[in-house]
Design a protein around this ligand. Structure first.
Ligand SMILES: [Zn+2]
Length: 178
């Protein structure tokens, strides 16, 4: 009897499923709207519906139910093993990319995460500016200054030589008068 009731409920749910609100995300590969049924927050479980917000973001939560908790821990262990295997097969570049992702997705209080995000953004901007600066040709003003520096260095060299010569001459004169 209970099985029949369950079937009825499932049939009723499936009959109106297409009317339920859909996930608001766009699929990564096809770029089409996600067809999954949305959760209360407007996203499906694949697109962040089950991901906690705030300080619990990306932090593993333990279900209150002991059986569920055991099952979840088992799943997590299995996934960790699979991840380790995938990681071992990756190229050095892919591994670096993975590590960078892990670093940028560290759980913690939202304020700390936001601060780190801003810091990363700032660092990237500085790096980009540095690269652009290194690539750009020196301006006319800069070139004139560089030429002037070259001239002055040549002049300094010449003066040093002259001074040394004068010192040398002076020494000779002293020796003559001695
Ligand atoms: Zn979705």
């Amino acid at each position: 009897m209970t099985i029949e009731a369950g079937r009825r409920a499932l049939r009723a749910y499936n009959a109106r499923r297409h009317l339920l609100p859909k996930c608001g995300a766009t699929t990564k590969r096809a770029g089409l709207p996600c067809a999954q049924t949305a959760m209360e927050n407007g996203r499906c479980r694949y697109h962040g519906g089950k991901t906690p917000k705030g300080k619990d973001w990306h932090r593993i939560t333990r279900p209150a139910n002991a059986d569920k908790a055991t099952a979840k821990m088992g799943t997590l262990e299995r996934r960790a093993k699979q991840r380790a295997q995938r990681l071992a097969k990756m190229t050095a570049e892919e591994q670096a990319q993975y590590r960078a992702w892990r670093q940028s997705h560290t759980p913690g209080p939202p304020e700390a995460r936001e601060a780190r995000k801003q810091q990363r953004k700032q660092n990237a901007e500085i790096r980009a500016r540095g690269a652009a600066h290194a690539r750009s040709e020196p301006s006319a003003e800069m070139r004139a200054l560089l030429d002037r520096i070259t001239d002055l260095k040549a002049m300094q060299k010449e003066l040093t030589k002259q001074t040394e010569q004068m010192v040398e001459d002076g020494r000779e004169e002293c020796e003559i008068f001695r």
